[in-house]
Design a protein around this ligand. Sequence first.
Ligand code: GDP
Ligand code: MG
Length: 598
Amino acid sequence: VSQDKIRNFSIIAHIDHGKSTLADRLIEKTGMLEKRELKEQVLDSMDLERERGITIKLKAVRLIYKAEDGEEYILNLIDTPGHVDFNYEVSRSLAACEGAVLVVDSTQGVEAQTLANLYLALEQDLEILPVLNKIDLPSSDVEYVKSEIENTCGLDTEGIPLVSAKSGLNIEDVLEDIVYNVPHPVGDVSKPLKALIFDSYYDSYKGVICFIRVFEGKVKTGTNIYMMNTKKEFEVTEVGYVQNERIQSKEITAGDVGYICASIKNVRDARVGDTITEVENKTEHALPGYKKVTPMVYCGIYPAEGEEFTQVREALEKLQVNDASLVFEPETSQALGYGFRCGFLGLLHMEIIQERLDREFDLNIIATAPSVIYEVMKNDGTFLEIQNPSNLPPATEIDYMKEPMVACEIMTPKTYVGPIMEICQNKRGVFENMEYLDEKRVTIHYLMPLNEVIYDFFDTLKSKTQGYASLDYDLKGYQESDLVKMDILINGELVDAFSLIVHREKAAQRARTIVEKLKKEIPRQQFAIPIQAAIGSKIIARETVSALRKDVLAKCYGGDISRKKKLLEKQKEGKKRMRQIGNVEVPQNAFLAVLKYD
Ligand code: GDP
Ligand code: MG
């Protein structure tokens, strides 16, 4: 195909504005899939993603569209993930396109992620095609949202498609818009191969499958390829594109999008953002924008009682083959034994991995409280980066500590400005500025410690604003901060898995919450169990789980035989989810209770 018949585009939107639904309709209208097949279609293919309504893995689908001008066009639809944790992947898939369809829910209007995604698309110089969705709903306000798109996005809304992705109304308008307004690719086929990896995933039969956009030259089976950033070499075993399934083709040439396989065993060797060229005929410069993503949030993952360390390791290894941003290394905890310190892009990424360990590997795990990376300068001039609170040197050896900061952008109807500022202030946020977007809506900018943002900030924001506020954040370097290590002692014994690094002013409040929660979670035993929170040797909060009275036990065990049996069985069941700490049995839920912060 000649390049003037190709259109490479993405769909971008705020979450829930209808991106996936619109993608389904475009696929359906171009005759790629039957309606009933759509449930299991290529986009959003992971269960977890569907349930959470988010797209984690990006993929590319080829649509063949016969336009009103009678010509046939190849529309390569490149899907992008929808959550801040995955912004880098979004930027790489946008780099594979010439245009982006910006879906705006006409009942909600422009929200934080609408703008955040728009900025990402503009950074890649994409042609932006706004689309108003959900016009079937009575609360749809087309004129208002149009003016919002003009004023806050600076986009022309003349002739903007007004669609219902749900019912399929006016979907052709979107297709025609793409054909006429997305520029076609221009790349020199005679030059050395230059292709961008915008997604890669592991397939147990073929090894890693790389989704690529070819900018110059061409690639086919047998090509010896060279990854310019990881510096690895492979021989291509298959090339093709995805229609309703993978279809092999002879080659992929400049301007086009497709996949390649090359017996690659791990996604780490085919990183998103890397440039592929030929071993024998290298292109001069790699494509810009490659970034080795670094984890923002860490936590310890330990096998629950009765689970094997090696099983957890195997599961993490399997997940990592498919997820280059998951990192882990073994660590030991006095309380929990052998486990792993794992790094994630953000809390959502962390939750997804924890859930996959449970669902796909049927493993019971205990996760410690999430932590960010702190910078520590010791009195003797040594510099440390700490992500496990247990590794923090004693306070007397520390000169100063720094914590990572993020620039938060919160978009909200102006009626919620008060409550939002209160939440941010509470989380040690520093107000930067506020802009009026129009008469109803504002954007508030705060500089906040990442440490505070990872705990329930987003949820609090949503609940205090009935879901109207939206959040976007970006790492903004490190800042000196008065941080302390808080320990939890159960029956006088320090449980390292509960240790946290907190801001000194927050310590007392946090300590109270935790000891109160633990008191509720730890069952009464035959002796009283003190639960204490301490900074160094100073106790800052205390609760006691009182002892069971002897006669209660006696009554229990004195009863009839079947009741006794039942009780023993119940205890056995319960044991599985307990961890023995000193002579106290701590249920798994106690660890979760420390994680959640309310
Ligand atoms: P995404 O998060 O942007 O991918 O949004 P989805 O495509 O998952 O849509 C979010 C919700 O909005 C789903 O419940 C859809 O059924 C619904 N939805 C999407 N488009 C329309 C539409 O045009 N009209 C109506 N009424 N609902 C829609
Ligand atoms: Mg979606």
